[in-house]
Design a protein around this ligand. Structure first.
Ligand code: HEC
Length: 146
């Protein structure tokens, strides 16, 4: 191939890579959120009184939240705004600092809940506070369920 053509081809490829949305990272963040949702589900059932209180399950769910909270804010790069059925709203990238601070707060709330929840009596209030971090962010930064 002519040298100028090679350079052009390389440039065109680069341009395509920049324009394309990073759907791998979108899939990745969805998996992390799903894992958090899955861990939270049985505990929410306890909160509603549909299942018996089980401290080990509560602690396991909090452990997953603690693990995911620092990972999640790294999975919203500028090239992952659209595609792969993302429910992330564009406002995330307009208010990135606020968005990231919410994950930091989620991690801190998980630690606080872990320390506070000792038994069935100390569970509901602390759990509600922790879950407020999820719903608060979803309300502002995630597409409402249609
Ligand atoms: C700082 C903001 C923020 C916080 C805090 C947050 N989420 Fe989310 N969540 C999002 C966004 C944004 C999406 C959409 C991601 C996408 O579709 O790309 C999402 C998606 C989800 C999903 C759907 C994943 C899927 O695609 O199936 C679940 C489940 C979920 N979150 C659970 C939780 C739980 C449980 C908590 C609290 C322990 C939580 N989230 C806290 C912002 C947040």
């Amino acid at each position: 191939m002519h040298r100028a053509l090679v350079v052009f081809a390389a440039f065109a490829l680069g341009a395509t890579a920049v324009a394309a949305q990073n759907t791998t990272v979108i899939k990745d963040r969805k998996e992390h959120f799903k894992a958090m949702g899955k861990a939270v589900k049985p505990v929410s059932a306890m909160y509603k009184g549909e299942e018996d209180f089980d401290l080990a399950k509560v602690q396991a769910a909090i452990g997953v939240i603690k693990e995911k909270a620092p990972i999640l804010p790294t999975l919203f790069p500028d090239d992952a705004k659209t595609g792969d059925d993302t429910e992330a709203l564009p406002v995330i990238w307009d208010k990135k600092a606020d968005f990231e601070a919410r994950f930091k707060k989620l991690g801190e709330a998980a630690l606080a809940a872990e320390a506070a929840i000792k038994d069935e009596d100390t569970f509901p209030d602390a759990w509600k506070t922790l879950m407020g971090n999820c719903s608060g962010c979803h309300k502002e930064f995630r597409k409402p369920k249609s």
